[in-house]
Design a protein around this ligand. Structure first.
Ligand code: BMX
Ligand code: ZN
Length: 291
């Protein structure tokens, strides 16, 4: 069957037709910057109908907490504060197709789990992107949680004296290591238009101020990987997201991990499905839940 896969992130919305795990057609727009409920519905209404005409079902991976098809931003700064937005119902109304929705990092974890080079029972996926997201597979099953919260490890404590996170807690991993946080840290040096990408370019050119910011982020992600390993006994952690996949970032995370005792060190790999992890994972999750 032909699945219309949709990946709603803090920065972009990607859509594709997916059949047998293969992406057939792909289109991408920027996430509406106002991201009010009305702007989100308008963007989806413009984007989806052309694809829906060729699909049998819709599979959505979205940033935010997805509780029974309803989207609430944990970090409202990442998605314009969508609060109890009826994502599943909105897309069903637009497409007139059956719609399944899960969190983007959970979907990506499911995609990455299917393509692991070696079969393991327990693994995690961590995305370092607009936010920091994660998904965990425990005993071969994706763990979504009763309220869709499972895996929101970007909001575990990294530093009690760290910056306040958009979720309202102080010192979350996301407030230090996300692309957004990296950009904010760079604003002191490169002005208010500085983004995570700006800082990363300076880092690649060897700028010492950028080195400090990127090392702090990588060390924070290494500690997150260690925490997931010591709490869940994950054997593999796949790293994705625009920062996670940026040149040299995974090596830096691996370096910081190697300073820790062996028991904290899983195999850390680059996400095999790259930027398509959410699309492929959502599509394959539909088949999992239907079977
Ligand atoms: C945030 C949170 C997670 C998401 C993660 C990565 C919101 C809107 N999102 O922690 O649900 O999985 O960001 O999201 O609160 P991305 O947009 O960076 O892919
Ligand atoms: Zn937080």
């Amino acid at each position: 069957s032909m699945i219309l896969a949709v990946d709603i992130g803090g920065t972009k919305i990607a859509v594709a037709l997916v059949s047998n795990g293969q992406i057939r057609a792909r289109e991408q727009i920027s996430t509406p910057s106002s991201s009010s409920p009305e702007a989100m519905t308008a963007a989806l209404s413009a984007l989806l109908p052309a694809f829906a005409a060729q699909a049998d079902a819709v599979a959505v991976a979205s940033t935010g907490i997805i509780d029974h098809g309803i989207l609430t931003a944990l970090n409202p700064k990442n998605l314009g504060g969508l609060d109890h937005y009826p994502l599943q119902a909105v897309i069903a109304e637009i497409t007139r197709l059956p719609v399944t929705v899960i969190n983007d990092a959970q979907a990506a974890a499911w995609a990455e789990y299917q393509v692991l080079p070696e079969q393991v029972a327990n693994m995690a996926f961590v995305t370092v992107s607009t936010g920091v997201g994660a998904g965990v597979v425990i005993n071969h099953a994706l763990h979504t949680g009763r309220h869709g919260i499972a895996g929101h490890a970007g909001h575990m404590l990294a530093d009690p004296h760290g910056p306040r996170c958009g979720c309202g807690r102080t010192g979350c991993v996301e407030a230090i290591a996300s692309g957004t946080a990296i950009g904010v840290a760079g604003q002191a040096h490169w002005g208010e238009n500085c983004t995570g990408q700006t800082v990363y370019e300076h880092y690649l050119q060897g700028d010492e101020r950028a080195v400090v910011i990127i090392h702090r982020a990588a060390k924070t992600i290494a500690n997150l990987v260690a925490d997931l390993t010591i709490s869940l006994d994950v054997e593999v952690v796949a790293l994705g997201g625009s920062v996670g996949l940026a040149p040299g970032f995974l090596d830096l995370v691996s370096d910081y991990l190697s300073d820790l005792p062996q028991v904290y060190q899983p195999l850390v790999i680059k996400a095999q499905t790259g930027a398509d992890a959410g699309l492929i994972g959502a599509a394959s999750w539909v088949n999992t839940t239907n079977n």
